[in-house]
Design a protein around this ligand. Structure first.
Ligand SMILES: Cc1cc2nc3c(=O)[nH]c(=O)nc-3n(C[C@H](O)[C@H](O)[C@H](O)COP(=O)(O)OP(=O)(O)OC[C@H]3O[C@@H](n4cnc5c(N)ncnc54)[C@H](O)[C@@H]3O)c2cc1C
Length: 495
């Protein structure tokens, strides 16, 4: 008999909803906590900037049993994703499991040998402690703004300038009539630059540190999901812990793999005119693909072409009066400075002694399957296996995590096995594939299939692949198919 646990879910975004469903379905008593007034996480309406849309096509960004509506475009807009998440919560009656407007301030172990965790909750200005048998952390990688300042910023603001983080660019009229300077090269940075240029900014400058490979939504007219998200393509990247046979096969095909990626780069250079804008990255694309690879914002290169957006390679040094001075000495007159410098990865509510067990000094997370740490029992992460199809990734790991918590994985790992695997993965990231170190090493892209295979093997799924080898090797991960694979794993109920 599996004991029914009281399970806390921290966060009500995509991952929190997936985790709540998975633990509730197995019969656990679930209480979710979301500090905002609404579900959705990064897609909550007050947090998204105007015109935000997904990078993933809609059938790569959905739960297994809940496709996005047919009427949605291929890359849905922020409010559509938000509505979709609400429809998922309604379908599975998840709202009853959550307390909104509730912030988790502290997460610590009970004294002595007592298992579980104590959460300090902050609700309507009051705090109280509550104990849980298991905690699923679903607070994402975009919850704490990365706030940076530059010398002279206060004087710049005093003379009438504004400085905002990209997440505060939520009012469509913010840029009207302004000289806007956006710092950063991420998708948020380019989205905001394009939005400002199209919405009445008197000038827009994009200051980026270095050129990176950016995927267009359509490459040579073909939707990128049909070119890049394939098992066959994934095998060409240097994945972790390959068996000698796998290494030998890869060595044999090395010239073809090389030619494939050079072809891809050439296509991208030609289509986007990267040489003309001096934006050809120095790093080969196969070495740089990870969760941080951005999609090209439609209108970006057209904006360069028309002169409505000026790209400058460099970074801010300081503000001087109404100007931003770059490290190369160049000065740009500015009214609105948008810092698209991302988010701080972290778990500010987790006491330091536990963070020390979880995060190495170089910022790399010590997690098994990007979900658990053997030295932090009775807790796990959902959504820390970031990818190009995070909704499916969150659902997969939720189903894995509940089985792990209940000791119901077919291949339930021992602490020693997890530690050994963690060391191997850290070594792979640090030595063989530095791109995998982004977001503290918490990114499963571009190895979606491999990551999902491991989770399904652990769960004891009877089906893991489509029967048609062509479909399996040359098409993107189908959410509905993964629903069938999860259902083929042994089922059970707690209680
Ligand atoms: C603009 C944008 C576009 C994106 N587009 C894509 C895409 O196309 N494809 C893709 O795969 N990924 C995309 N991503 C990545 C995106 O983060 C994930 O797809 C997904 O939304 C992550 O969901 P999550 O639930 O893990 O985290 P989040 O959405 O960040 O949700 C975490 C939740 O935890 C809550 N929380 C945090 N701390 C606490 C606390 N102490 N107490 C209580 N609650 C707390 C937060 O309020 C938040 O609601 C995008 C991200 C951004 C910012």
């Amino acid at each position: 008999m599996i004991k029914r646990k009281t399970v806390a879910i921290i966060g009500g975004g995509i991952s929190g909803l997936a985790a709540a469903k998975a633990f509730d379905e197995r019969g656990h008593r679930v209480i979710g906590f979301e500090r905002s007034h609404d579900f959705g996480g990064v897609w909550e309406l007050s947090r998204s900037y105007p015109d935000v849309q997904t990078q993933s096509p809609k059938d790569l960004y959905c739960y297994t049993d809940h496709p996005m509506p047919e009427a949605y475009p291929e890359w849905p807009k922020g409010p559509q994703v938000h509505a979709y998440l609400h429809s998922y919560a309604d379908k599975h009656k998840l709202a009853r499991l959550f307390k909104l407007n509730t912030n988790i301030k502290v997460m610590k172990r009970p004294t002595g040998d007592e298992p579980g965790w104590i959460l300090t909750l902050e609700e309507a200005g009051k705090t109280r402690d509550e104990k849980f048998d298991f905690v699923a952390i679903c607070t994402g990688q975009f919850s704490e703004k990365n706030i940076i300042t530059h010398p002279g910023q206060n004087d710049f603001i005093a003379q009438g300038g504004s400085v905002i983080h990209s997440s505060e660019y939520s009012d469509p009229s913010l840029a009207k009539g302004k000289r806007v300077v956006v710092l950063g090269g991420s998708k948020s940075a380019t989205d905001i630059a394009v939005h400002a240029a199209k919405n009445g900014a008197s000038s827009v400058t994009l200051v980026y540190r270095e050129p990176v490979w950016r995927l267009p939504y359509f490459l040579a007219g073909i939707n990128f999901k049909r070119l890049l998200f394939m098992r066959a393509q994934e095998r060409q990247f240097n994945s972790w812990c390959r068996a000698p046979v796998g290494r030998a096969v890869r060595a044999l095909f090395k010239p073809l793999i090389w030619a494939n990626f050079r072809g891809l780069e050439t296509l991208m250079k030609l289509q986007l005119g990267l040489k003309r804008w001096n934006m050809v990255p120095n790093i080969p694309i196969e070495q740089s693909v990870s969760c941080s690879i951005p999609i090209v914002t439609p209108g970006l290169f057209e904006g360069f072409e028309s002169g409505s957006i000026t790209p400058i390679q460099g970074t801010f040094d300081r503000y001087e009066g109404d100007k931003i001075v770059l490290t190369n000495g160049q000065k740009i007159t500015c009214d609105l400075s948008v810092l698209a410098v991302g988010w701080k990865l972290g778990l500010p509510y987790l006491a330091q002694e536990y963070q020390d067990k979880l995060i190495d000094p170089d910022g790399q997370y010590r997690t098994f399957r990007l979900a658990v740490n053997p030295d932090l029992p009775n807790m796990g992460f959902v959504g820390f296996n970031s990818s190009f199809c995070t909704v499916l990734s969150a659902e997969m790991i939720s189903n894995w995590l509940v089985r792990y918590a209940d000791g119901q994985l077919k291949q339930q790992p021992t602490a020693a096995e997890m530690r050994e695997n963690i060391e191997q993965m850290l070594q792979w990231r640090r030595v063989e594939r530095p791109a995998a170190q982004v977001y503290g090493g918490l990114c499963s892209a571009p190895f979606h299939y491999r990551h999902f295979d491991e989770l399904l093997d652990d769960m004891g799924a009877k089906i893991k692949k489509r029967r048609n080898p062509l479909a399996e090797n040359f098409s993107y991960p189908a959410a509905w198919a993964y629903g069938e694979y999860i259902a083929s794993a042994p089922q059970y109920q707690a209680g």
